[in-house]
Ligand binder design. Structure first.
Ligand SMILES: Nc1ncnc2c1ncn2[C@@H]1O[C@H](COP(=O)(O)OP(=O)(O)O)[C@@H](O)[C@H]1O
Ligand SMILES: [Mg+2]
Length: 256
């Protein structure tokens, strides 16, 4: 039975899509059966994985499974062995109003995913940088949350917003939602700032597990631009090593 993990942070540009893509590849390489779900109307993950093919999925995407216009089975795209995708689409933002007005609007994704959970070990959901109905659906459907963040002043104080939202979700729709951990991203030793912020982060949220730190690496940006995972782009590099380590850590925490 799949463990469902939301990759979330209401802030944009912190590495949600990069993390979903590379953690997905790393888990698939460990022979885990992985389903990636792109619930961001900006469809960066979908574009990274299947490119212009995204245009072919107007009738079969994460939005149409939530409105029940397509079944989840007919919406899954095989990216490679052990790595499947439920794509996002240009028309996803137009579905938002329809979903907000639908019955059981917070549980549309959870309900759609239920039939295929036995087919996977991990479902990773890439979220938009906003706190709307898509993120609420995603957290309602999830067992765990992974939060990538940048070690900047606003990156650290912004965590409070995510924690507040998680508390609300636990009270209203999903009492079992757990924080799997925070993932400091774009870490650099060129200045002392990130290290100081990491210390502040630990002090401010002593109960939040802090997982493997991902270094700032131009290779990650280049790989994403080419639609490749870091393993395909530069398998031996330090960013790839960090993602492999993170994947092992996630497996250990989730499967213990
Ligand atoms: N560790 C990193 N080092 C360098 N660039 C990164 C790193 N993580 C993400 N990026 C780049 O930062 C930008 C934003 O990342 P992305 O994953 O799209 O963020 P989000 O999905 O949270 O908006 C992208 O251009 C991406 O390639
Ligand atoms: Mg993104």
């Amino acid at each position: 039975m799949a463990m469902v993990i939301s990759i979330a942070n209401q802030k944009g540009g912190v590495g949600k899509t990069t993390l979903t893509m590379n953690l997905g590849h790393a888990l698939a390489a460990m022979e885990k059966r992985v389903l990636l779900v792109d619930i961001d109307p900006q469809f960066n993950l979908t574009f990274g994985l299947i490119g212009m093919e995204v245009l072919n999925y107007e009738g079969n995407n994460v939005g149409t499974i939530m409105t029940r216009e397509s079944s989840v089975e007919e919406t899954i795209v095989e990216v490679k062995e052990n790595l499947h995708l439920i794509p996002s689409h240009l028309n996803l933002s137009a579905k938002e109003i329809e979903i907000i007005n639908a019955y059981n609007r917070e549980r549309r994704l959870e309900k759609a995913l239920t039939p295929i959970l036995p087919d996977y070990d991990y479902v990773l959901i890439d979220n938009p940088p906003s706190m709307g109905i898509f993120l609420v659906n995603s957290l309602t459907a999830s067992d765990y949350v992974l939060i990538p963040l940048e070690l900047s002043y606003f990156g650290v104080i912004g965590m409070q917003l995510m924690f507040n939202l998680m508390r609300m979700i636990r009270e209203e729709t999903n009492e079992n939602l757990k924080l799997l951990g925070l993932i400091p991203n774009k870490f650099t030793r060129q200045t002392k700032v990130p290290k100081t912020r990491l210390k502040e982060l630990k002090e401010a949220y002593p109960d939040a597990p802090i997982l493997t730190t991902i270094p700032k690496a131009i290779a990650l940006e280049k790989a994403q631009g080419m639609g490749l995972s870091i393993f395909e782009f530069e398998g031996g590099g330090r960013a790839a090593k960090a993602f492999s380590k993170l994947a092992r850590e996630v497996v250990e925490l989730v499967e213990e």
